[in-house]
Design a protein around this ligand. Sequence first.
Ligand code: 3H9
Length: 681
Amino acid sequence: MSEGMGDGTSESSIVPGRPIERLAFSATVFGEVDQGVLLVTIDNPPVNAAATSVRAGLLAAIGMTIAAPAILAIVIAGTGKSFVGGADIREFDAPPAPPLLPDVVAEIEACSKPVVAAINGVALGGGLELALACHARIAAPKAKLGLPEVKLGVVPGAGGTQRLPRLTGIVAAIDLIGSGRIVDAGAAQTFGIVDRLSAGDLVDEARELALALVGSPLRRTGGLSVPPEPVPAVEAAEAKVLARSRGQSALAAAVRLVRAAAETPLADALAEERRTFLALRASPEAAALRYVFFAERAAGKVDGLDDVAALPVSTVGIVGLGLMGAGIAVAALEAGFTVVGVESTAPAAEAGRIRIAGLIDRAVKSGRLSAADGAVRLARLTTTTELVGLADADIVIEAVFDDLEVKTQLFQSLQGVVRPNAVLATNTSYLDPDGIAAAVDRPEQVVGLHFFSPANVMRLAEVVRCAKTSPTVLATALSVARAMGKLPIVCGVTEGFIGNRVFSAYRRAGEFLVEDGASPYDVDAAIEAFGLAMGPFAVSDLAGLEIAWARRKRQAATRDPAERYVDFADRLCEAGRFGQKVGRGWYAYVDGKRQPDPEVDQVVAAARAAKGIVPRAVAAEEIVERLVAAMAEEGEKLLAAGIAARSSDIDLVMINGYGFPAHKGGPMFIAEQTRKAARPT
Ligand code: 3H9
């Protein structure tokens, strides 16, 4: 290998038609000339992020190509599963270091010789921007492409907002950049992002394509005009993105920049894109989203599982096909598992099958799934009333009524039916899974797998490591949850696990605020303006007030009399105000729409008066601060008790299970930022 890092090799060693030794343009970018084409390979594991050495290497490769008459064209490819996974996110906390990606991209586009991107795997963010600047793009069928920058609180910063719409049109670009969604190579071709899909050897085909372009005028994406589209379609695409923004700035900025592509000269629009990118990159919103990105990767690293392999799973048994069980079944079918659903009676089994088919049908009708794929999924489902139908299951997930006796009896019956190494997972929300495990002969096979409703949609799954759960069983539960598209978070045993414990503390804090003087409506409005989809009182109405009421009654005998206790929720339940399903709870529901109810204000006022509390005005900032602080305090208790492994796991639970806005980082993140800000510098 040449040691000539940074400048490749000397021109004299290049002989057309004959491969030469491997060149090193930098520590991560290598080259090889074959048939007059320089194949530039990016090798920067794990995802070939466009770190400084990659950018420097690419620039050196372009420089050498321009200077070497024997090189006719360039092909750029990545090693491993990635083309380029984007800018190096780890560099975002420091000032940008030259060479800058926009400059590298500009050099590629301006190159006098054809440059072809051979997109072998993921081409995301800056990786796709690099490809967009090439003169042609050929992708492996398994490649995935996208500009997911908004998910990190930024906009594409290396020309993506200007070059993508020149290929796809403004409407599609607003959709793709505004959602940050990733598409497969076939869809990318339909959008006009890639010119062709490789049918055989990607690099050979890219080389042929590059040679075919030699001598013809090059198609520079930045030089294309944006295809005209009807204004209403553009406005509709914009409105769709903005509706999802929940107070984030990156989405609106992305839309504004894409629209500018049709109206502003390229150089000016690129300068504006760069300014916007840099400003957003330094924003608290982007810092929070970067934290969330790395938090998700950290959550996958579970203590004690380093060298533990998951058991192979092909058949998933689900006992109980109500709303939760059906949602779990749909997610399992989507993951490719064979599913055996068990219900207690034939009509219930049939109702379960219809519910599952209905959910799949909804996905087909919305266009998210083809009818053929829907049929394939449904064909992998059987429903039965016999537990013996679970004899082949590798894992059984129970989603029956949340009652300890019902669940323990079920697990005892299951152990006589399933294979000795089958995993037994309970979806309990509040019961003690150790109690369930204690009732079976092989407690090491028992694990908690707590899904959130609707289970086919919600991304969170709490994976509960019981006292005796074996590492293999835990690894298997994690791998099944991941296959089902979930973000599994491991936690220990406590009532309500991570999420419901933190949520209860938050709801209690909401009630304290109301007792102090805020109205439930003030509390909901403040936290909704902060970014949660629904405040605690609206959520209680949706879930039904009677569940928490029953729990409070259970706990009454053991409650510390010195503990602050607010009883107006009890009064509401006594008045039959069980929430949305009965049309009255914290709110009144008129034609399905929630509205404040003076009767609730009266109940609250009476409760305050009984305690001699004179209500005071509570500002929205105080409401948000106290609600978030209550979550973080409960989180600290979970960490201290070893229920959660790291504070970022708690944030992920609240973001993915309870609608905490990801761009705020989570309650633990906010508490840490507040502590940092208070520390003397
Ligand atoms: C951008 O490009 C801005 C530009 O527009 C403008 C520039 C001027 N950087 O997810 P995995 C690490 S913004 C650094 O488990 P997978 C990750 O932390 C960027 N590190 O693998 C993990 O490390 P560890 C736009 C990165 O196979 C390891 O790689 N790009 C980056 O399931 C494996 O990650 C994106 O937003 C990165 N860009 O999925 C793409 N990406 O082993 C973000 C990953 O130490 N990345 N790492 O825990 C992804 O979506 C996925 O990682 C990917 C691979 C699909 C690439």
